[in-house]
Design a protein around this ligand. Structure first.
Ligand code: ADP
Length: 424
């Protein structure tokens, strides 16, 4: 089966074509046939497509909307020019899998999209005004391009975290506000954390119930997840992806009183304040230079930029704090897993995050750590480290493709429900 996986953002569509089926899943042999991105939809769009093992196509194209962008993607996928094995026409694309950011409390598992499900995703727009509308545009564009005959499946960023107990997802605000407006922590990056838990289980040949780990997804957005018995029991992002760790442009945890104080001082409206915390803070705001970790590391090395170092150190401290709090909450963990663009590619950041955590049983082996390059999986813990340390490249698209296939085929797939609250 060929699954077209779509990740529709505010002005972009990322895609992968993944070949998967029951046998391939069992053999862990499913693979990406092609991937690409269309950026700047609505103006002169940038197109970057690549079939696995073949030269990339890069071009500018005037693509007015999501429908036009998806048309361009599909035309390329089925063309002889892309050369994708086994795909000659639209009939060779069997299912569309969509990344959907917010499923609220309603969607606890991946779901075939029908009118009722689409309405449910629309209901969640209130909770994710920046993300869900783009996801919906992608779903509508796919329905127009492929028609009703090709099933579409929604895979939610939030559903893996639906196992969090009340003690993790409730804020300390009046309970009726949770009841009335569903104000609670939802968590995001769930597909990535779930993939990392799965890959860790396969790597160590253990059952799901034996997976007791802390996963760190460190990309432009960053989140940590405490995984106990294979389930998410806490995660750092909250009601929106703004909460938690210091990220590329997001502030992470901030005393909310700052919002009122600063809006007075700077004359900023509430939406301006939220934009400041989402888009102008984090590594970018602290360094005053860039949100890009690789560039900050270069600035630090080549120019000794003090603010670059400061931003990196605040970032690492915020990750360390999260690790410590989850170790306490979980009563210890068997492993720490690094992933995402920063976690997979930067040995230096892995080393700096783990520095000084010996007392918690986390000891990194510098040589092993330096030897794991981008895209590779490896163990980087030192001898005697009670908590093993792994680097595992994430692959959200693979899980979306598998979920899409399983859901449409009526095969069992994971559903997540809250864990019972533990009594002290
Ligand atoms: P997204 O969250 O948008 O998917 P990625 O997971 O690709 O983003 O992560 C992007 C981040 O990874 C950027 O901060 C980038 O600088 C960082 N990164 C990528 N390669 C390296 C590297 N070799 N060293 C340090 N940081 C890197």
């Amino acid at each position: 089966m060929n699954i077209l996986v779509l990740n529709s953002g505010s002005s972009s569509i990322k895609f992968q074509v993944v070949q998967t089926d029951k046998d391939l899943i069992e053999r862990d042999g499913d693979r990406c046939l092609a991937k690409g991105i269309v950026e700047r939809i609505g103006s002169l769009a940038l197109v970057h497509f690549q079939a696995t093992g073949r030269p990339a196509l890069k071009e500018d194209a005037p693509l007015r909307d999501y429908r036009a962008a998806l048309d361009r993607i599909v035309r390329w996928v089925i063309s002889p020019e892309s050369g994708i094995e086994g795909i000659k026409s639209m009939a060779d694309i069997h299912i569309i899998g969509h990344r959907v950011v917010h499923g609220g409390e309603k969607f606890r598992s991946s779901t075939v999209i029908d009118d009722a499900v689409l309405a449910g995703i629309e209901d969640c727009i209130e909770l994710a005004p920046l993300h869900n509308p783009a996801n919906i545009r992608g779903i509508r564009a796919a329905a127009e391009v492929f028609g009703r005959g090709v099933p579409q499946v929604a895979v939610f960023d939030t559903s893996f975290h639906a196992t969090m107990p009340e003690t993790a997802y409730l804020y300390g605000i009046p309970y009726h506000l949770y009841r009335r407006y569903k104000i609670r922590r939802y968590g995001f990056h769930g597909t990535s954390h779930r993939y990392l838990a799965y890959r860790y289980r396969v790597l160590n040949d253990i059952p799901k119930e034996a997976v007791n780990i802390i996963t760190l997804h460190l990309g432009n957005g960053c989140s940590a997840c405490a995984i106990k018995g294979g389930d998410s029991v806490n995660t750092s992002m909250g009601f929106t992806p703004l909460e938690g760790m210091v990220m590329g442009t997001r502030a992470g945890d901030v005393d909310v009183s700052v919002i009122e104080y600063l809006s007075h001082k700077e004359g900023l409206s509430l939406p301006d304040m939220i934009t400041l915390l989402n888009k102008q803070s984090g590594l970018l705001g602290l360094s005053g230079l860039t949100s890009d970790m690789r560039e900050l590391l270069e600035e630090e090395k080549e120019n000794g930029d003090r603010r670059a170092t400061l931003a990196i150190e605040v970032f690492c401290a915020s990750a360390r704090r999260r690790i410590g709090s989850y170790l306490a909450e979980m009563g210890g963990a068997d492993a720490l897993v690094f992933s995402g663009g920063i976690g997979e590619n930067s040995a230096a950041i892995r080393r700096r995050i783990c520095a000084g955590l010996d007392a918690l049983g986390i000891v990194l082996d510098e040589k092993r750590n330096a030897a794991v390059k981008g895209g590779q999986t490896g163990e980087v813990s030192g001898k005697g480290s009670r908590v093993k340390i792994f680097v595992i490249p994430t692959n959200e698209e693979l899980l979306i493709a598998r979920d899409a296939f399983r859901t449409v085929s009526g095969l069992p797939q994971p559903t997540y429900s809250p864990r019972k609250t533990r009594k002290a």
